[in-house]
Ligand binder design. Structure first.
Ligand SMILES: *[C@@H]1O[C@H](CO)[C@@H](O)[C@H](O)[C@H]1NC(C)=O
Ligand SMILES: *[C@@H]1O[C@H](CO)[C@@H](O)[C@H](O)[C@H]1NC(C)=O
Length: 305
């Protein structure tokens, strides 16, 4: 018992003494070249001449075991640079995300600490002058949960959030994702690592009902269905993943068992040619205020549409 209490108190000392802000860094990308805000005196990208206050702002967050240099993140930053411009910032929480001994159950215990740093940085960026109505955030997996749950705490709601396969394991009874921004688009690709929640303004069920992807062959990339999400999202900058009617296979008992189809609100009245991803502008209001489910075909090979 004594030993148990000692371990417990050590754990709490560690958890509560942890200086999350000191271990998390924000990297500004100017023409794809990184500038680490932690290495600047002010931490303010406007004051440092890296961005201007009337810029559009993009803040992107990777998942567990990834980094700002992960392949899809480099591609995403390059696509945002090309198609959006403005100020592009990646959150570097490698101190928590990349260490080999930081297993998934451990990083889950750090979630709120990391989320609060992201939340504070977003408040700071607004104070520096960036407008919430020109702000976009993107997150993948654990990073998707960080984005959704930090954005919904903001004093001023931001314009848009796109997330890729928000992490499922460890995230039960999460807040309403639609509170995170004026428009929240969630792209779903996996049954095991992604959430089965479908409560965003637009929930894209990619490939096989958002549960499985043909692109997730072991020969292609090294990971499964979950990892295809940001690859599809990047491809969608140039290639269209258009909305299709709900595939019949989504009504198969297997899919019915996994997804709660009673809560799968269909999105019927989307405009012709409505497509998944950043390049579909003016998403707000499509599928209605309660949101709805959309479906898009995916294939095994690039461009996957
Ligand atoms: C940013 O700077 C901090 C402090 O100098 C450093 O610990 C961190 O690794 C840097 N991150 C990147 C991605 O350069
Ligand atoms: C956009 O993403 C694709 C991967 O889908 C990548 O090949 C490309 O270099 C990225 N950047 C631009 C500007 O196309």
């Amino acid at each position: 018992m004594k030993y148990f209490l000692l371990v417990l108190s050590c754990y709490f000392a560690l958890a509560f003494g942890e200086d999350y802000a000191a271990n998390i860094h924000f990297i500004v990308y100017k023409d794809n070249v990184p500038f680490n805000l932690s290495d600047t005196a002010s931490g303010n990208p406007i004051e440092e001449g890296l961005c201007s206050a009337d810029d559009q702002l993009a803040v992107v967050v990777y998942g567990w075991i990834e980094s700002c240099s992960t392949g899809w993140m480099v591609d995403l930053i390059s696509n945002l640079t090309e198609y959006r411009g403005g100020c592009i910032i990646c959150m570097d929480y490698g101190y928590y995300a990349e260490k080999p001994y930081i297993t998934y159950p451990i990083i889950l215990t750090q979630f709120m600490g990391i989320r609060d740093v992201l939340h504070q940085e977003m408040e700071d960026l607004r104070t520096f002058g960036f407008s919430p109505s020109k702000t976009y955030m993107f997150g993948m997996s654990f990073g998707a949960q960080l984005v959704l749950q930090s954005a919904e705490l903001l004093t001023n709601k931001i314009k848009e959030v796109d997330v890729c396969d928000p992490a499922g394991p460890g995230f039960v009874a999460t807040p309403d994702p639609r509170q995170a921004a004026e428009n929240v688009q969630c792209v779903h690709t996996s049954v095991d690592l992604g959430t089965l929640d479908r409560r965003c303004h637009q929930d894209w069920n990619m490939g096989h009902c958002g549960l499985y992807q043909d692109a997730a062959k072991p020969t292609l990339r090294d990971t499964g269905n979950h990892a295809t999400c940001p690859i599809f999202y990047n491809s969608a900058f140039r290639n269209d993943f258009k909305a299709i009617p709900m595939p019949l296979e989504c009504l198969l008992p297997q899919a019915l068992d996994i997804l709660d189809f009673l809560t799968l609100t269909p999105c019927n009245n989307y405009p012709t040619g409505f497509k998944m991803g950043y390049m579909q502008r003016d998403k707000q209001g499509v599928c209605g205020s309660k949101g709805g489910n959309l479906y898009a075909k995916t294939t095994a090979n690039y461009p996957y549409n």
